[in-house]
Design a protein. Sequence first.
Length: 202
Amino acid sequence: MSSQVDVYNLALDNIASKARVNSLTEDSVERKTCEAQFFAAREVVLEDHDWNFASFYDTLTLVKESTDTIPPPLPWLYQYTYPSLCVYAREITRQLDSEEDVPFRVDLNDDKTAKYIHTDKQDAILRYTRRITNITLFTPRAVEALGWKLATMIVISLNGNLKLKQNAEQSYLNAIASAKASNFNESVNRKAADPSLIQSRS
């Protein structure tokens, strides 16, 4: 299991730095630089890939529906709150795999202070990537990707080497591509349910 300090040092290795971070409280330029960019890097990594370890489901909280005095904006039938720990909304779940994807859109409220999810799905359940702050829950491939993303964000401040930045950016893309392949192999799609069996249960 990796820690936040481990990710800092991985990023430093990725930019060919000989410096090491030993604690989250030490008074070093490297620690301060990594800390300043770490949380943004973590958000980007979680957003850029549909990680299994960060995949969650929530029944969304209804805000408005089309029959209300003030309905959701057209053409949507329902407006739901955006989960507070959601980094990226992946899909509104379907009852059957054979059904088409459920259309939805993420919008800001009128004063631009909060997000809403608009869809035509009643009692919508959202599958989303959740903000995971405990780095020990990250898979090795996620840690690898985070180390490269953080490297892209600290390299100019620490050594100003543009070539190293370009290398880190490409390595990050490669890490994400590798993670996608690994994630796919770790899951098995459900078979679409037989409609006749569903009908017999009702």
